[in-house]
Ligand binder design. Structure first.
Ligand SMILES: Cc1cc2nc3c(=O)[nH]c(=O)nc-3n(C[C@H](O)[C@H](O)[C@H](O)COP(=O)(O)OP(=O)(O)OC[C@H]3O[C@@H](n4cnc5c(N)ncnc54)[C@H](O)[C@@H]3O)c2cc1C
Length: 257
């Protein structure tokens, strides 16, 4: 929440949420011991930046339609395809990504991988131009016969979809700190209402403006409650995806639950 409050366009939340909640927590929850030892200490110190690469040009909301393919070839998996809109992609060292090993199985073919930035056959595009969240670099990735060592398989073949859904639970938690941004915006509005004068008095003395500020405060406090209660439940091991969807969608109604 403090990150969101401090970075006025919410970008710090996205950079940090993608790194920590989406990439590092996926490895923490699904990785084996060797993977955790190799990746998590450097991700914890920030020496390595992480990203979650799921979305493709033709697979956004419909995550079961992934077209990036993975084929086992001896000690490697060969990945072909592309990803888009990936937060941190232009700067990330480590990617958690998903590809299909059998498109006919839809969700049942999806498999997770940990991918190092210097993987042969992987290229990352430049930061995309955006209207909002400009301090989060967002970009494309291209797998062209990218050779992923077999030990970088995340979880089991064909079990990636469940893992992906679990990591999106963390993603919803990453949106909850947007409460900090709401706080900062409300403070700005209150300052403005106190200083902007019309008809001889600050606009904050008018009932309609007071009602708008009151509504913002109610939305802020409801969002804060939802975010803290979600985080508390996650800590207690009683995480519920519906709570997560509500905590994300209430403060950010234009995002998908
Ligand atoms: C700034 C930014 C950062 C991002 N960061 C990441 C990231 O780090 N990693 C990553 O993997 N992805 C990332 N994404 C991608 C994001 O997750 C997708 O944009 C999102 O999943 C929506 O996919 P889409 O854009 O392809 O829209 P589409 O799936 O094409 O949807 C378009 C519209 O149709 C609606 N729609 C779709 N299906 C249905 C349905 N069944 N019923 C009703 N309405 C429907 C959607 O709500 C939406 O309004 C990022 C996107 C942005 C903009």
């Amino acid at each position: 929440m403090a990150f969101a409050r401090g970075s006025f366009d919410g970008s710090m939340c996205t950079v940090w949420g993608s790194h920590l909640f989406l990439a590092a927590m996926s490895i923490c929850d699904l990785g084996n011991k060797e993977q955790k030892v190799r990746y998590l200490p450097k991700m914890a110190t920030g020496e390595w930046i992480g990203a979650l690469a799921l979305t493709e040009p033709e697979a956004g909301t419909d995550a079961t339609s992934l077209a990036t393919t993975a084929v086992r070839d001896g000690d490697y998996y060969i990945l072909n395809g592309s990803k888009t809109f990936i937060s941190n992609a232009p700067i990330a060292d480590v990617f958690v990504t998903y590809a299909t090993m059998d498109m006919s199985k839809r969700a049942g073919g999806i498999t997770g991988f940990i991918v190092d930035r210097d993987t042969p056959g992987l290229t990352c595009g430049p930061p995309m131009r955006k209207h909002f969240g400009k301090s989060t670099p967002t970009g494309e990735m291209f797998f062209n016969d990218a050779k992923i060592p077999a030990e970088n398989l995340l979880g089991k073949e064909g079990e990636g979809f469940t893992a992906m859904i679990a990591s999106l639970g963390w993603e919803r938690l990453a949106f909850a700190p947007i409460v900090g941004l709401m706080e900062a915006e409300l403070d700005l509005c209150i300052d403005y209402a106190k200083t902007r004068k019309q008809f001889g008095k600050p606009v904050g003395k008018f009932q309609l403006v007071q009602a708008m500020l009151a509504e913002m405060k109610m939305d802020l406090e409801a969002s804060r409650y939802l975010a803290l209660s979600l985080a508390w439940k996650k800590d207690q091991g009683i995480y519920n995806p519906i709570d997560a969807a509500i905590a994300k969608t209430f403060p950010c109604p234009l995002t998908a639950p």
